[in-house]
Ligand binder design. Structure first.
Ligand code: CA
Length: 223
């Protein structure tokens, strides 16, 4: 569920937005003050922020500027005045888009979809293709190749391999692997990591060339 933070002091607008966005399936947080909104944006993860320009304690331009110093969270500015200056300032301090009030919910949702699509493509570009020695992974088709031969992996094995490929030469503690791959499933114990690393090794190792090495008492490293 995508998380949206609304920083806006006009309650008629926040009530309307909250209702509509929840109806669209978003997880919505509303804050009516610039300073508190900034704090929430910095501490918590949000997929998008709707940020009003005129706010108590800290204006939207300043909130946006300070968020950008630390984070890339997409921001749509909500400007009451149809002023070119406000829009330019908003975009200058790093807002992704702006809406002039009053706006239709359909138009806002359309703009949000554009931003989400843009970010998804961006994420895909980064991890589309991973390679280490003879192992190649295409993350779009989820295909794993060893040399020119396709290696069938289970979902967990695939996720585990991806984690190693994204952290080559970095020692990954068992607990971290467990948390990332298995989440917080309470029944699972850390030795499940050893079992799956063994499965994965059997599938991807070439002859005696070990790709995944044990680090005694800690976990594993791909190198
Ligand atoms: Ca306002």
């Amino acid at each position: 569920m995508r998380k949206v933070l609304i920083i806006e002091d006009e309650e008629s607008i926040t009530e309307f937005l909250e209702l509509e966005l929840k109806h669209e399936g978003f997880d919505v947080t509303v804050i009516h003050d610039g300073r508190d909104g900034l704090e929430a944006a910095l501490i918590h993860h949000f997929d998008l922020i709707l940020l009003d320009l005129m706010l108590p304690h800290l204006n939207g331009i300043e909130v946006c500027r300070r968020i950008r110093v630390a984070k890339e969270t997409p921001i749509i500015m909500l400007t009451a005045r149809d002023s070119v200056m406000d829009r330019v300032m908003g975009l200058d301090v790093g807002a992704d888009d702006y809406m002039s009030k009053p706006f239709s919910i359909e138009e806002l949702l359309a703009r949000m979809r554009v931003i989400f699509r843009r970010n998804e493509r961006h994420e895909e570009d980064i991890v589309k293709y991973l390679k280490f020695k003879e192992i190649e992974v295409d993350t779009i088709s989820r295909t794993v190749l060893k040399g020119n031969e396709e290696v069938p992996l289970t979902k967990r094995e695939y996720e585990l391999l991806l984690m190693f490929l994204q952290n080559v030469n970095r020692v990954l503690p068992r607990e971290l692997i467990l948390e990332k791959i298995w989440g917080y499933e309470t029944e699972v114990e850390t030795n499940v990591v050893d079992v799956y690393v063994r499965y994965l090794r059997n599938k991807i190792n070439i002859d005696d060339d070990n790709y995944i090495h044990s680090v005694r008492g800690v976990g594993y490293v791909m190198k």
